[in-house]
Ligand binder design. Sequence first.
Ligand SMILES: *Cc1c(COP(=O)(O)O)cnc(C)c1O
Length: 388
Amino acid sequence: MTFDLSARLAERHAAHLYRRRPLLESPQGPLVQVDGRELLAFCSNDYLGLANHPDVVAAMQQGVARWGVGGGASHLVIGHSTPHHELEEALAEFTGRPRALLFSTGYMANLAAVTALVGRGDSVLEDRLNHASLLDAGLLSGARFSRYLHNDVASLASRLEKTDGNTLVVTDGVFSMDGDLAELPALCAAARARGAWLMVDDAHGFGPLGATGGGIVEHFGLGIEDVPVLVGTLGKGFGTAGAFVAGSEELIETLIQFARPYIYTTSQPPAVACATLKSLELLRSEHWRREHLARLIARFRQGAEEIGLSLMDSPTPIQPILVGDSERALQLSARLRERGLLVGAIRPPTVPAGTARLRVTLTASHSEAQLDRLLDCLAQCWPEVADA
Ligand SMILES: *Cc1c(COP(=O)(O)O)cnc(C)c1O
């Protein structure tokens, strides 16, 4: 036996599932330089347009000047610096939770929270469309792992009857590939009725959702009793990098004591925390970003409907166009690219088989004219691909 990597790669190719990385040769924004060409992009998660905001850039530059570059050590040794600490305090205040804990990535925050809370003899129940990091965390935890039907409270409730030990129910807040919202009030009620804890990963809700960008819990008005474990990531709506878990004093101390993905890694560069403190300020106060985004979303949905595109039940900046077949999704993406537009084709295994799609994302930096250009190009390209 030997590793036959070329056969694996060839198989992926043949199934139209081969991945390539577009090379970004400019900062993030609606107009980007990619693989030597200027394109109008509708695929970043920089929903509020903060990734290249001059004030955020300046905050990071000043942070580097004051704090240097590297975190230098793990948080528990000597890597927990003042900007990290201030950001944690600001995120706790922002989320209305007693404490928040900063991580370098959302993937790690999810691994940390799930594995610190449940283990062998416990149970973890997850929405079947949860982000890969949440599913991986559930498997890694060693707890009894079960997936309920997407956003289906009855399916969750029936699984809650068969759990052992401590039970953690885990869901995306905004589903990353569909853009729909978790039915949080009903999920909370089902979990609470059984003494289970609910963990919400709102990577795509913080920023665009809620009156002050507080995400899905602000949108539904849910407190810490409803959602004891709240995760946010900083690389999307915040436009920077990292993630946080917000919750009770005991929850955060438990993570600091027991969460291996927290303990055994170097802290993020302090200057990144300086940048996030600035972007948090803009995210909360500049309501025009959310308002503009809401107008773009409504305009896109109306225009797409007129073209006859198949959209999903999404009130968020994630507006996927369902294509179904992976090859056709790639074709549609390629035709748009010929016309100067960049929209990613999302294929299995990232999404379930037969549900390949174009994942259109809108940001507060897009103009209405740019959105209209997308709709015009879709109107031209869609019939060619749909009839193919
Ligand atoms: C992007 C994402 C993550 C991972 O966050 P990173 O900071 O990019 O590692 C986790 N959960 C969800 C739902 C995401 O969309």
